[in-house]
Design a binder for this molecule. Structure first.
Ligand SMILES: [Zn+2]
Length: 107
């Protein structure tokens, strides 16, 4: 027995080959799938959509990822932008050691 992978039919009618259009279409499917699997749990939905988006992003060229993320936000994607990690004792603005950071926020 051979497993046959079903490949989504190509959307040739609208802007074929536009990676962001394709991204959006895939995202619609992914969001639908994520929603179905998790009932009413927003957190679980975000977790699932994040996983989907991360996988899809990896296939996009770097220059499209920003735009793709914008689209993904519409679908509930949350990249959890938090303050970037900084070493204790370094400035959270500059990343420079506090005792020699020029930003003026350190006593
Ligand atoms: Zn500083």
């Amino acid at each position: 027995m051979e497993m046959v992978m079903t490949v989504p039919t190509k959307h040739t009618a609208t802007r074929a080959g536009d990676p962001l259009s394709i991204f959006r279409e895939q995202l619609e499917i992914a969001a639908d799938r994520a929603q179905r699997g998790c009932g009413l749990s927003d957190a679980l939905f975000v977790e699932r959509i994040n996983a989907e988006v991360t996988g899809m992003m990896e296939k996009l060229p770097d220059e499209l990822r920003g735009a793709a993320a914008e689209i993904a936000y519409e679908f509930g994607y949350d990249d959890g932008e938090e303050e970037p990690y900084h070493e204790p004792g370094t400035c959270f603005l500059t990343g420079i050691a506090e005792h020699c950071c020029p930003c003026g926020r350190h006593p």
